[in-house]
Design a protein around this ligand. Structure first.
Ligand code: ATP
Length: 248
């Protein structure tokens, strides 16, 4: 069967503060139903690429100065984030960004703010989030600021799920987490992908884990895609092994 492209980033340039050219012509595709990984070291431009798609660059004085971003055939560059959410695209930012003074459950419910399909549907999805993240059910009345880093990452993904997204842009989910928790979170991402049909564009420095869970990968270096391919091929590529997987 032919794979449908959901998101297409065509040759984008991003400039910060009018002068700093950070993305130098990045192109990538996200297939419907897939997990696409955006890999590369610190400062390669992964977060910038995600923020360009979800139009979150303005607050950082960044701007897309060239290229196009197309979602299901529509040009989406410049749409406001609420409009993006309505189209089914939501970003989970690096660093979790929970509302620390709200409970876990209140945090999850904030994800449903753009929905108009009624309380019953929202309640059913909250229940669904708790089946994917049993720990969040246990902690549902805890203040989010007092939960662990892993739990806060789960809250951030769970909150995104409450918007009923078609595509989640997930920035560095492994950041600061112990290996076992990274496995747990990637395992849940995989089930959300397989069972709920959510497509993912995942920015990750942890190449090893990302290439085990993703279907396709792009490697960024200094604002350019230097390599791309099916994850299984990238895992076996000698350059990827040497420079990104820490074994030669
Ligand atoms: P990291 O994992 O460290 O977030 P990354 O691959 O996501 O890395 P970006 O955060 O996209 O990289 O950063 C790419 C480059 O853009 C870096 O050189 C960074 O210093 C620069 N940069 C990021 N944000 C800004 C900003 N607001 N103003 C100026 N330069 C910025």
């Amino acid at each position: 069967s032919k794979t449908e492209t959901l998101l297409e980033v065509n040759n984008i340039e991003v400039i910060y503060n009018h002068v700093i050219l950070v993305l130098k012509g990045v192109s990538l595709k996200v297939a419907r139903g897939g997990i696409t990984a955006l890999l590369g070291g610190n400062g390669a431009g992964k977060s910038t690429t995600l923020k360009a798609v979800s139009n979150l660059l303005h607050s950082e004085r960044g701007e897309v100065t060239k290229g196009s971003i197309v979602y299901r055939g529509d040009h989406i560059a410049g749409l406001d984030p609420a409009d993006m959410v309505k189209r089914g695209v939501i970003q989970v930012m690096e660093g979790r960004h929970c509302f620390e003074h709200l409970t876990v459950e209140e945090n999850l419910m904030t994800g449903a703010y753009t929905r108009s399909d009624g309380r019953g549907a929202v309640a059913a999805d909250l229940e669904k989030v708790y089946t994917y993240f049993p720990r969040l059910r246990e902690r549902r009345t805890s203040q989010a600021g007092y939960t662990s880093g892993g739990e806060q990452q789960m809250v951030a993904i769970g909150r995104a799920m409450m918007a009923k997204p078609e595509t989640i842009l997930l920035d560095e989910p492994s950041m600061g987490l112990a290996p076992q928790l990274v496995e747990e979170i990637f395992g849940i991402v995989k089930s959300l992908n397989e069972q709920e049909g959510v497509s993912f564009l995942l920015a990750e420095q942890n190449t090893n884990v990302a290439l085990r869970f993703a279907h396709y990968g792009y490697i960024l270096e200094s604002g350019r895609v230097v390599m791309d391919g099916p994850a299984a091929e990238l895992r076996e590529n000698p350059d990827v092994k040497e420079f990104y997987l820490g074994m030669s």
